[in-house]
Write a protein that binds this ligand. Structure first.
Ligand code: CTP
Ligand code: CA
Length: 226
């Protein structure tokens, strides 16, 4: 690690990564969440650190162990993740591997919601900030390379290509998370890298290898080799 930190191609580069799920409280004992172990985000952070990057790792409540050698910022909600990312800028690159909850409860109960004889509670939702879109569309202080993820269950390339355009990010790492692939919660991933140059399918491989390959590509892009 010593050698990587001093000699790596990403020496002196600052990279912000989001990872894990977010939890959106309903009341003091309940929350809405997305499924995410944080494993892919941790693997990407470790790979970037090995290439010498200074990494700020903004993580929701993930089950995967956090990466080593990063500045770890722990958050709970999407709003907190948004604020932490904005505070971590400027950066040379930003990688949005988090599974951010799209909605939060419109209002939180300060007390535990109790079962009553009157019937079922109703939840109303408010939309969370889109952190990837917000950073991609910054007019001042936008990272030079903004990478998003798109976990889709159908028409993966089409949805992910539209997502890239809508959000304004540079790359989208798309993957098929339909249950039949067994990718959600597993150790492997099969991704397609979507950039201005089109869609590039990567073979199915371990999440650590996906991370290594993505880190290499980020290093190439930041050092002008790509
Ligand atoms: N993302 C984010 N903030 C959000 C939602 C998503 O930063 N509030 C990021 C994710 O980390 C990911 C990318 O945006 O890198 C795409 O997330 P995804 O959930 O696939 O996109 P959405 O725009 O939320 O679309 P969908 O309706 O498919 O959920
Ligand atoms: Ca979403």
């Amino acid at each position: 690690i010593e050698a990587a930190l001093t000699d790596g191609p990403l020496k002196g580069r600052r990279i912000v990564i989001t990872s894990g799920p977010t939890h959106e409280p309903i009341d003091p004992v309940r929350y809405i969440a997305n499924r995410s172990s944080g494993a892919q985000g941790t693997a990407i952070a470790n790979a970037l650190v090995r290439l010498g990057a200074e990494v700020v790792f903004v993580s929701g409540p993930a089950s995967a162990p956090p990466p080593l050698g990063v500045t770890l910022v722990k958050v709970e909600t999407a709003q907190q993740m948004h604020d932490a990312v904005m505070q971590a800028l400027p950066a040379d690159a930003a990688v949005f591997a988090a599974a951010v909850a799209d909605w939060r409860a419109a209002s939180q109960s300060a007390q535990k919601i109790k079962k009553t004889r009157e019937g079922l509670p109703t939840l109303s939702f408010a939309e969370n900030p889109d952190i990837l879109a917000a950073v991609s569309q910054l007019t001042e202080g936008r990272p030079g390379l903004v990478v998003g993820f798109a976990a889709e269950t159908d028409n993966v390339i089409e949805h992910a290509t539209a997502k890239r355009a809508r959000k304004g990010c540079d790359w989208i790492v798309a993957n098929d998370v339909s249950p039949a692939t067994g990718i959600m919660g597993g150790t492997e991933n099969a991704v397609t890298l979507i950039s201005a140059d089109g869609a590039e399918d990567w073979p199915r491989m371990g999440k650590d290898l996906v991370a290594d390959r993505l880190a290499e590509r980020i290093a190439d892009a930041l050092t002008g080799k790509d």
